[in-house]
Design a protein around this ligand. Structure first.
Ligand code: PGA
Length: 243
């Protein structure tokens, strides 16, 4: 795993944005896996800035988001669909066909998960998967536990994850859905290249486990150690337990 340290999350975000611009100009048909949450907010801001100035051609790019809350979709302010529209999709030239998102309001959630796996495969697989990491070591909504799910699945959120997401729901943890749809660990590991972003001291333990810990479903991100092309982009706070 390649470890990169940055003085601030702003420098981290602008560096990753520049790499994405290069990756898309080298391969205009890039298939991108995308995260939500607080960490990538600065990355999406940079991407909007560059897109508005014509530095990025999104017209052939495909995207697949990692996860979505069960019961939420377009029009729900707390949905990842709404987050992504505001953060990126409303600001770039992409058609709905280019954008892959799980539908948290699908009538048959198991069928929706299977549809998503097929859609990713039909797009040729994910070239570059961008990830955040939860303070509890989750990636996507693959939560710590006795076991992990390989493929896209319905996940039950842990209490700490619902608390961490309360900010998107007016600070009220009880409003955070109890379940989500999420790519599985194998879905994530099938990405040809993975970039994980982590910022802030609250992530230092998860990052230490990611880099130096044992492979364990108790820290789902540790499974990234199995992948040959992972870069962890860290700010000072997130890197402080690394030598
Ligand atoms: P955060 O979430 O960026 O809001 O900290 C990261 C994650 O849970 O993957």
């Amino acid at each position: 795993m390649l470890i990169e340290r940055f003085d601030t999350d702003e420098v981290l975000a602008s560096t990753l944005a520049t790499r994405l611009i290069d990756a898309i100009s080298l391969n205009p048909r890039l298939v991108l896996g995308l995260p939500t949450g607080r960490t990538p907010v600065a990355l999406y801001r940079e991407l909007r800035w560059h897109s508005q100035r014509g530095h990025l051609d999104w017209s052939h790019v495909r995207t697949f988001n990692l996860d979505e809350f069960v019961g939420l979709g377009a029009g729900d302010p707390g949905s990842y669909r709404s987050y992504m529209q505001a953060a990126l999709f409303d600001h770039v030239r992409m058609t709905p066909e280019q954008i892959g998102m799980l539908d948290g309001r699908a009538p048959n959630l198991v069928a929706e998960c299977a549809r998503y796996e097929r859609a990713i495969a039909q797009a040729g697989g994910i070239d570059l998967q961008i990830l955040g990491i939860g303070a509890n070591g989750h990636i996507g909504f693959n939560e710590p536990g006795d076991t992990l799910e390989a493929e896209t699945h319905v996940a039950e959120l842990r209490a700490e994850t619902r608390r961490a997401n309360a900010g998107w729901f007016g600070g009220d943890t009880t409003q955070v859905p109890s379940h989500a749809l999420s790519m599985g660990i194998a879905t994530i590991l099938r990405g040809r290249e993975i970039v994980l972003m982590a910022t802030g001291a609250g992530k230092q333990d998860a990052v230490a486990g990611l880099v130096n810990g044992q492979l364990t479903p108790r820290l789902p991100a540790s499974f990234l150690q199995l992948h040959p092309r992972v870069t962890a982009m860290l700010d000072r706070g997130a890197a402080q337990r690394l030598a």
